[in-house]
Design a protein around this ligand. Sequence first.
Ligand SMILES: [Zn+2]
Length: 760
Amino acid sequence: MSSVWARRLSAMGLGALCAASISWALRTPAVAGANASATEFSAERAMRHVRAIAKGPHPTGSPAHLEVLAYLQSELRALGLTPHVQDVIGIGTRFAVAGRVRNVLVRLPGSSPGGRAVLLMSHYDGVPAGPAAGDAAAGTAALLETLRALRAGPALVNDVIALFSDSEETGLLGAAAFAKEHPWARDAAVVLNFEARGVNGPSLMFETGAGNLDVARVLRGVPGARGTSLSTAVYRRLPNDTDLSEMAVLGLPAMNFAFIGGEDRYHTTEDDVAHLSMGSVQHHGVQALALARAFGNGALPRPATPDAVFFFAPFFGLVVYPESWAIPIALLAIVLVFVPIMRRPAGEPLRVRPVVFGAIEAVSAVLVAVFVGYGIGAGLTSFHVSLGSGAPRWSGWYAAAIALFVVAIVQFMSAAARRWLGSTSYAGTLLAWALVSLAVAYAIPGASFLFTWPVLLAALAWAVHAMSRSAGHAVVPVAVAGVVVVIVPTAWLMVGVALGLDAVGGVVLAVLAGMASALLSPLLTFIEGKNQWRGPASTAATAAAVLCVGLVTVRTSVERPTTGVLAYVTDADSGGAWLTGYASNGAGDWLASSLRAARIDSAMRVPMPVAIRRLTRGPAVSVRPTPTARRAPSVTVLKDTVVERGRLVVLRIKPSADTWSIGLQMDTGTVIDATVNGKTVDRSRYRRTQARWALEFVAPPDTGFVLALTTPAFSTAVLGISARASGLPPLPGVTLPPRPAGVLAIQSGDIAVTYRRVRF
Ligand SMILES: [Zn+2]
């Protein structure tokens, strides 16, 4: 075989391996049909539940939500189970929210019933904007189908509790009420939660409780499981929450699963059955069922273990080991770099200079790459903002362009280093990355695998090659495969699917692509052939071409939708009314034309009060008030006394018709303590410290709720009260432009807000 063909085949092999690794990472299991064996999980059977639950929006407390509640109970009864409803006022401990929740619970007795149990959970409420097929009808349906499959098989040793939690979207209220008040919370020994942040893709295990070595080992037994200690380490540092944040107070071993592909439909009108991937439902279900069986037949409570390093590698499955191994493995990589340097042929001098300068070159290359990645990521974001169309975050073209630019930079700089220092400069590259891997192993052990294993495998290949030239070629493919299968799938899932490509995503991608190409630089040199400058030039040209494809094709469209919402706001005290809204990139024109259409003559305009301004995000215009839209809640003072700690004011707040939630906010004055229906509002675990006291009450009953506030003695206070209802009221004499295709309602959707103040 001529060397030209060997080079071409190597290049194609490398490209094919990268593509295969990415497609493996994104793969979901084959969907099991409705006629699959009764003890198996079938997404097709689960889809019957998804279609029933995600018929339309079903936010907590709405009539559609009560229909879903009834559906769950009847389906559970049909399985021969006895569901019960925990119907209480829930108080959030992560967010300033309270509200009525109705958790649905069932218990599948094991062969030794009544002891510790496996807890499966998913929330059955959805955001008001959409039918919530992915988030989380898919999880709810997966649990129903899992319970059916468990009933069809032999009884497990331990009990299984299924919690269909309520009010996750409004502040994790159902999970908080269960963890704090339900007796079964004490019985749970391991928690498995099923969620979504999108409509497709594999169900990733992205978060765990503390000490996850044990659960990661159990997860390893589930074929197709996709999870990394990188995501659990990153997630612990992110301000994100699911029901598991409330369950954390129980201190139990736990795993959280979510599919996160198609983020542009998350919490929108198009989180619907039509866009939901059945493969994602299947992946949720096979893991729920396999883990329910594994934990259900295993020892409960689980043994206490330290945290683990774990990751998935295509064709290997999950690799799991204790965090305490991270530093020794990183040290082993350093030793492998040094062996060939020290064991040189007799008489040859020890050459330190190429190693040191090679290391400096490797560090410089990645710094340049980071700068380029950040610049392109930030530049693309501002380009699309100025264009008013397109979301660069989820573009594979842009991700590929950044990765290729980084490869070109590393190719160029390592070719320059080789010219100047000779091929020993590669030892410096390995040493630099081995030291990075050691630092990561020390600081964030969960992320160490991403650095340590590629460096270790590349160093092994280099050591064998340097010490016996004949065997060297045989280990190169092993090292290449190791570098690619460890870095590429995780990098793609992390940047292309989880984080998205902005300035930060660009930096992460640049570091990983920079490391991979630096470690593979001997192979890239081989592919380049004699002309060491043509390689980087042609990679850069390819990157530019791919970038151009992105610049021309990345646009907001029906396939790649954007989001926007409108809010009609009235001040019940002054009679002023405004239309306001929020638009993501690509929906700005629609928002502007809506506000233009509703705006009234300048003589009649009323400025929006500061207290209301604080509640709204986007631009606002004064509009004609619609008397029918005044839905101010009624407030009755039940008690106003001096107590030991100050002044106690007890209020009954009653919603008017159609009110979905009531926001309370101290405009003037401070709150020492608050209770809702006699339950203390605990602020000690809040995500954000509050500048002024506030609390939202979701799904208020018609009879309202009792709010007791302790304020400083002899103080006066102004409490702002805003009632939110779904949908805009008809605006007299105004025709709003229709929402264009490709502009989706998100979160609360269009809403009407009525504001009033109470002084006491
Ligand atoms: Zn959710």
